[in-house]
Design a protein around this ligand. Structure first.
Ligand code: WTA
Length: 662
């Protein structure tokens, strides 16, 4: 049974998966060969470790923290007052030193840290020692531009080693990075840069996507006309395309590092000093700048990377996420580098020049761990098996997924075609807010079920509850909450702690509210069912309906707009916008097109509506609230079944339906 609230937006897609998940009873035990060499080798060991982690959390997390080098030891593991958490109180450390120096100055000096392929095919690799040198020089470069501890730095780049170097350099000098995904448009970049009051912006001339240049510097220039806070801009020369440089404001990366001193001591940071801000969509029009801090985030990402990917010294690790998202922060940069892993970075599209690009790279670089999103897997399935079977993929030993519920069909395809039935599949549930994996199978120990993220990570206590916070019986759907704090949790929303408390710690008092619906089966396995709020999950990317609505109403032709998700076989969810036009504007296919382009220009191509439906008015309740449930139903099925008695004007729904049938 699924409560009404969990069949809300996002869940239509999840719900569809759920239908097949409910029939899903296949269980895949960890391959014996895999378990034999794993960090955790049996279900019994996992359960014992889990039990200890929740019965003696302080002891568990204290021990976990020993995996990092501290400049000063902390005095208490956790201070928690119900809305403000402090982990590793009084501890001092530097995460860049932990991610780079200790490997470069230790036994991993000549081990490859970053392995990069540009979309056109160039390859580069940097050892830990080389990374150490680059990071120190760029850190000094940032200092020479006046960046100091606590200052915010906006980063708007494509996937290249310099992007990772930029993050690590900020961490080294105590500056707070705020990465904006390179697919966001100028306005979105400007909004985020202004909200965080960034002093410096780091970008590059252009990047590549499907053979086309992505003009990052030009977009940044447009954004910067609206950002008074930015004093200096650093531009990395990636493609060599000529770009205008503004005197006094813009500096080439290579000039900045050439002038810089070679040695830069890492800044001692308090465990609770902010490491970065990352914006994500919520239920209002304004994205939230989630603040992650140093000590707990370091411990959480290090530990989850080690256990959930069963990381070993010889692994070559490839996560396809862009560093612009939380997955890239935690599981391209920090988690793997804190563990001293070899990390593969790829700049471009998975189907460039051919649909076998990933498989070719896996064979070339002998990738052992591959982490991607269900939406990508569904695209691979569509591209067919010929391009996969051309490659051996024999180096792979573990596969991961993240970002949305994975439908069992995609899971099975991944297992068979990519994993050759020998690689455990680690379905990781977590969020920008959680900073680290929360629910995922520890691969040598926990049997997997296609479509389930399985069991919680050590120290994490998830539960399914009703809207009133009452536990629901096993097998029933409800809201997913987390019962206690964990080290990598976001501490606040930048500049708005009240919103943080209200959004996450007040819905279900005493618990963290995830915004997701889920159920637990008789084996204690978690099955995620999608968002229960007005957040969409399009191709594994989070989008706020209100954000897209605000963009639409900013267009002169639009009077009102309501955006909902519609189940989409490939993307999980598609974006459907219901639009009523301003006086005297006439609906037309050309206007539809224009509005789609407008949203792409205002927010980024990822938010472009799949469909726009014109309507004379939006269905509203008597109190004036847009009836999104009706619109969702209409978008999904073309029909409206539920209760419409509070509708202000039935004829609006009737006319929307008619249009649908045209
Ligand atoms: C969804 C991405 C099901 C979920 C790391 C969550 C998932 C939102 C999974 C967070 C998964 C992420 N199974 N759903 N394995 N992973 N989600 O902040 O709805 O971009 O709330 O973080 O993605 O998206 P975000």
């Amino acid at each position: 049974m699924v409560t009404e609230s969990v069949s809300k937006p996002g869940t239509e897609a999840g719900g569809q998966h759920l239908k097949s998940s409910l029939r899903e009873n296949r269980v895949f035990p960890p391959p014996a060969e895999f378990s034999a060499r794993a960090h955790v080798r049996s279900l019994g060991d996992y359960e014992a470790m889990y039990r200890r982690s929740v019965e003696e959390p302080d002891a568990f997390w204290a021990e976990a923290a020993d995996s990092l080098d501290w400049m000063e030891r902390w005095t208490r593991v956790l201070d928690w007052d119900g809305s403000r958490a402090q982990w590793y109180v009084g501890g001092k450390l530097n995460l860049c030193a932990n991610a780079v120096d200790r490997h470069a100055l230790g036994s991993r000096a000549s081990k490859v840290a970053l392995l990069w392929e540009g979309e056109p095919g160039e390859q580069r690799s940097l050892t830990y020692q080389e990374l150490h040198t680059e990071v120190q020089r760029f850190s000094n470069g940032l200092k020479s531009l006046g960046v100091r501890k606590g200052d915010r730095v906006s980063i708007y780049m494509g996937m290249c080693p310099e992007l990772a170097i930029a993050l690590l350099s900020c961490a080294r000098i105590g500056a707070v990075h705020s990465v904006v995904f390179g697919g966001f448009a100028a306005q979105a970049l400007a909004d985020r840069t202004n909200d965080a009051q960034c002093k410096v912006l780091i970008t590059q001339d252009s990047s590549f996507r499907r053979g086309q240049p992505v003009p990052l510097k030009a977009i940044a220039d447009e954004a910067l006309t609206r950002c008074a806070c930015v004093e200096n801009v650093v531009v990395f020369r990636r493609s060599g395309t000529p770009v205008p440089m503004q005197d006094g404001r813009d500096h080439w990366w290579h000039d900045v590092v050439e002038r810089a001193e070679r040695e830069c001591a890492p800044e001692p940071m308090d465990a609770e000093d902010p490491l970065f801000i990352l914006y994500t969509s919520g239920t209002t029009g304004k994205p939230k700048g989630l603040v992650h801090t140093t000590g707990g985030y370091g411990v959480g990402t290090l530990l989850t990377t080690r256990y959930n990917f069963d990381l070993h010294e010889t692994d070559v690790y490839f996560c396809t996420a862009d560093i612009g998202w939380i997955t890239g922060h935690s599981y391209v940069v920090y988690g793997p580098l804190l563990n001293g892993a070899t990390v593969m970075l790829y700049e471009g599209a998975p189907n460039w020049p051919e649909t076998d690009r990933f498989w070719r790279m896996i064979d070339t670089h002998k990738v052992t761990i591959f982490y991607t999103a269900p939406t990508a897997i569904r695209a691979f399935m569509k591209w067919g098996t010929d391009c996969v079977r051309k490659h051996s993929l024999s180096s792979l030993r573990l596969l991961g997924t993240v970002g949305e519920p994975i439908n069992p069909e995609a899971w099975m395809w991944y297992h068979r075609e990519i994993g050759h039935e020998r690689c455990p599949i680690v379905d990781t549930w977590w969020q920008t807010e959680t900073g680290m994996h929360m629910i995922a199978p520890v691969p040598g120990a926990v049997p997997t079920k296609p479509g389930s993220a399985t069991r919680p990570f050590f120290g994490v206590v998830p539960e399914i509850v009703t809207k009133q916070g009452e536990p629901v019986p096993a097998g029933c759907g409800g809201l997913l909450v987390i019962r206690r704090p964990w080290p990598a949790m976001a501490r606040t929303i930048f500049g708005d702690h009240e919103r943080y408390v209200k959004t996450y710690w007040s819905e279900i008092p005493g618990s963290y509210f995830t915004g997701d619906g889920a159920r637990v089966d008789e084996d204690g396995y978690f099955w995620l069912m999608g968002r229960v709020d007005d957040v969409l999950n399009v191709s594994g990317h989070r989008l706020g309906t209100m954000e897209i609505e605000s963009a639409l109403v900013a267009h002169t032709s639009v009077a009102e707009a309501a955006v909902v998700g519609r189940p989409d076989e490939m993307k999980g969810e598609g974006v459907i916008a219901f639009v009523s036009l301003a006086d005297e504007r006439e609906p037309s296919p050309a206007l539809k097109d224009e509005l789609k382009k407008w949203v792409a220009k205002e927010i980024g191509a990822l938010a472009r509506p799949d469909d726009i439906r014109f309507t004379p008015a939006l269905p509203k309740t008597r109190s004036g609230k847009i009836m999104r449930r009706l619109l969702r139903e209409l978008a999904a099925t073309g029909e409206v079944k539920g209760d419409t008695t509070t509708l202000e004007d039935f004829s609006v729904v009737a006319s929307l339906k008619e249009k649908d049938e045209e």
